[in-house]
Design a protein around this ligand. Structure first.
Ligand code: SF4
Length: 250
């Protein structure tokens, strides 16, 4: 399985879930490499923005786009090694994130099966951009999907970011929570259109303020709060930003 590299090892760490309906839950994060999208504000571009690609990113400087060498950013580990590593932590809530973890959905299913065999208390959450349908052998282990469909501000084309089959799958799945990152009031129109098109229950939608500082999150939460009340959405937050700032692997 291809995991993101952090220093000399894979990006696996224990922390509190910072976002979504299980925010605050002690969790082990497993960050997989590879993504099928290319969001221009992505905070994990080291999982996909490889040398030789032409994707634009906010961290680019004129004439010198910031790119990553694939061979430097991926750690390839078999599921036995990953299972042994993650079980050294205390938490048994596993957040499988990326990149886009469902790119490696079949390998994740084997990892989840092995972990559940070793400890029946293992619980799995998947963070996904909502463009891929999880394979059934993985779905059988998943307690919660945190689905974050991307909007026009991500710079992915509509055909890339909006996949009807998978959005219908998640809309119909009661274990799926939709987390929309809202940067401006204009994003609300697009969110409402996606909700209507795929019949997503309002009670499973969270609006999460965009921002990498407590101040920015608070400012956006102020205008998001009344919108949540108006439409029946939940207001999300980014706990890890308040606790740790915008740091990687905490
Ligand atoms: S889908 Fe997620 S990981 Fe992929 S580019 Fe967008 S923000 Fe980054």
């Amino acid at each position: 399985m291809k995991l993101a590299r952090n220093g000399t090892g894979p990006e696996i760490f224990e922390s509190l879930q910072g976002e979504g309906v299980s925010a605050g839950t002690p969790s082990v994060f497993v960050r997989l490499s590879l993504c099928n999208l290319h969001c221009r504000w992505c905070d994990t571009p080291y999982t996909w923005n490889w040398v030789g690609t032409s994707y634009a990113h906010d961290s680019d400087t004129p004439g010198a786009p910031r790119k990553y060498r694939r061979e430097d950013e991926i750690v390839e580990l078999d599921i036995e090694k990953i299972a042994a590593h993650v079980l050294t932590f205390r938490a048994r809530n596993f957040v499988l994130t990326g990149g886009e973890p469902l790119v490696q959905g079949r390998e994740l299913a084997r990892l989840a099966a092995l972990l559940r065999e070793r400890d029946p208390a293992c619980r799995f959450e998947i963070e996904t951009n909502g463009t891929l349908v999880p394979p059934p052998e993985l779905d059988a282990f998943v307690a919660q999907y945190n689905v974050s469909p991307k909007l026009a501000n991500s710079a992915n084309t509509p055909a890339e970011r909006e996949k009807a089959e998978s959005l219908r799958f998640f809309a119909a799945c009661e274990r799926a929570w939709f987390k929309f990152v809202a940067a401006s009031p204009a994003d609300l129109d697009e969110i409402r259109q996606i909700q209507t098109r795929y019949v997503i229950p309002a009670g499973r939608i969270l609006l999460m303020p965009e921002g990498t500082s407590s101040e920015a999150l608070r400012d956006k939460a102020r205008w998001l709060a009344p919108l949540c009340q108006e439409h029946g959405y939940r207001l999300g937050d980014r706990l890890h930003v308040h606790l740790f700032g915008n740091k990687r692997g905490v």
